[in-house]
Ligand binder design. Structure first.
Ligand code: XMP
Length: 509
């Protein structure tokens, strides 16, 4: 039976990080809203209560429910979770005089406690709270303190319940991983059997059972998620998986043919559909970014539908939905509510009368990559930067024309190839060229020019929700700028985007 840890989400911006840390230990975990504790089945080995932007002292402070937390399962409260554990049993929680944010030095008071196994006597932790536990209930024992916070970590005597007021899940807590490991592996007794190979085996078996002898249709995008979903289904049902790969004319240069060849090389039953004339035709005259997205989205659905209808007796639609898209956000207004993906243009049709199968529902992005690697996915597709569904349609600002698409494809290729040649591609989360809707004056040879401007964008990010611009070497930027201006007709100026997100976005439209 698959073992798992339950994370009750009280709305902390770090809830996802807790899940990531646990998954890194090859242990499966589920994030559920704090008030939707599921029935406790034997596969649940422990519960973690997350932090929260709320205060336990507030009138509508979030309370775990429905019902009581189980008595016999190990529980770890983090920040708000710890404060709630203390407060709900008669401890006191007050607004901290010195709101504690940032680094603090933790001193261990009980080195024998299993939660603190192999944690040094003094270690740096990350604090982020406005409240603090000023007195613990009876039977609660302090196991670690910081200079400002006496009750930084506690254990409930006689019960497998711990609380920590610091964030073990963030990188800045030096031994945070060890503490979470002590809880998940040492205390809850998880074995760490959630591996790519184990996932593939169980998923393939489930898919076979679910789909039986039916046919499935899946839209490939050239991205990691849809490709891995296809490989899993292919392993389960072989040629009864029908893949459709649509050329919108808005893909990177040569991408349609190279990715199609790669899919065929992997044995997938895939049909490439060149619909570029239709997409570009409908984009003529449209300048508003949202109208462009809608036009592209509509074409995509129509082209896909028409192709799917040609597959006789198909009754399943496969989608590459991943875990961050399926987590139900906690009702606490806070950062965790924003983890839901906000872009669905370029996604698959939702109004088809097909049953939906989502083989990647349980996986985070990096896990999708690990599974893809284990399935032998082409390394080129595996390590590919994210690319927006509407493609270059939103990287040509203003009206999209075939000429502009050709300019952006050439410039983008020079840029991406250079990133690869310089060994920078894998250090960048996403990169691309943008064609700006302005012309500027230049001089080439003896002639004055009046041509287009290309902006280059490169960002680091974890999930696309926030991002920072990459400090690419000046020599690299200089080489790319020269190559674009020399090699791409119609461009006489290249600029580099130095904005983080927020306040800017990754894409320009
Ligand atoms: P922004 O521009 O909002 O982008 O910072 C965040 C991430 O989402 C991608 N993106 C899209 N993906 N359809 C998609 O499938 C869209 O309409 C869309 N718009 C932006 C963007 O490339 C980045 O990875």
């Amino acid at each position: 039976m698959m073992e798992r840890i339950l994370i009750l989400d009280f709305g902390s911006q770090y809830t996802m990080l807790i899940a990531r840390r646990i998954r890194e230990m090859n242990v499966y975990c589920d994030i559920v809203p704090f008030n939707k504790i599921p029935s406790i089945t034997p596969d649940i080995k422990g519960i973690i209560l997350s932090g929260s932007p709320s205060s336990v002292r507030a009138e509508n402070a979030p309370q775990p429910g429905p019902g009581k937390l189980p008595d016999d399962l190990p529980i770890l409260g983090i920040c708000y979770g710890a404060q709630w554990l203390a407060w709900s049993c008669g401890g006191t929680v007050d607004a901290s005089d010195a709101r504690e944010y940032g680094r603090a030095l933790l001193s261990i008071k009980d080195a024998a406690d299993p939660l603190l196994k192999e944690v040094p006597a003094e270690t740096q932790v990350w604090m982020s709270h406005g409240d603090t536990i000023t007195s613990l209930p009876e039977g609660y024992k302090v196991i670690a303190s910081t200079e400002k916070v006496d009750n930084a970590a506690f254990k409930v005597e006689g019960r497998p319940v711990w609380g920590i007021q610091f964030h073990a899940e963030v990188h800045h807590s030096e031994f945070g991983r060890q503490i979470l490991h002590n809880f998940v592996i040492g205390i809850c007794g998880c074995t760490g059997s959630w591996t790519p190979a184990g996932f593939i085996e169980s998923t393939v078996a489930e898919l076979r059972k679910k789909i039986g002898g039916d046919k499935v249709v899946l839209g490939l995008s050239g991205g990691v998620d849809s490709s891995v979903a296809a490989l899993l289904l292919h392993k389960a049902i072989g040629q009864r998986l029908h893949c459709i790969f649509v050329d919108s004319g808005l893909l990177r240069k040569d991408e349609f043919s190279s990715v199609l060849a790669s899919y065929k090389g992997m044995g997938l039953n895939v049909k490439g559909v060149d619909a570029s004339a239709r997409f570009l035709g409908h984009l003529a005259g449209i300048t508003d970014p949202e109208a462009k997205r809608k036009s592209i989205g509509r074409d995509f659905v129509e082209v896909f539908n028409a192709e799917a209808e040609k597959i006789e007796d198909v009754c399943w639609l496969a989608q590459g939905t991943i875990y961050p898209d399926v987590i139900e956000s906690s009702a606490v207004p806070g950062a965790s509510a924003t983890i839901k993906s906000h872009h669905n243009v370029g996604g698959l049709p939702k109004d088809m009368k097909l049953k939906v199968v989502e083989p990647l529902r349980l996986l985070f992005k990096d896990e999708v990559r690990r599974v893809g690697k284990a399935l032998g996915l082409d390394p080129d597709i595996l390590g590919r930067h994210p690319f927006p569904g509407p493609g270059l349609g939103i990287r040509v600002l203003g009206e999209v024309t075939p000429e502009k698409i050709s300019i952006i494809q050439e410039a983008d290729k020079i840029y991406i190839d250079a990133l690869k040649r310089w060994g920078l591609y894998d250090q960048v989360w996403q990169a691309g060229a943008i064609l700006l809707p302005i012309k500027s004056v230049g001089v080439m040879g003896d002639e004055r020019t009046y041509e287009n401007t290309i902006a280059l964008r490169a960002v680091t990010s974890v999930d696309g929700m926030t991002a920072d611009w990459v400090r690419l070497p000046y020599d690299f930027l200089s080489e790319v700028s020269d190559a674009i201006i020399r090699g791409v007709k119609g461009v006489n100026r290249v600029v580099y985007d130095i904005c983080s997100k927020p306040p800017a976005t990754i894409e320009w439209e």
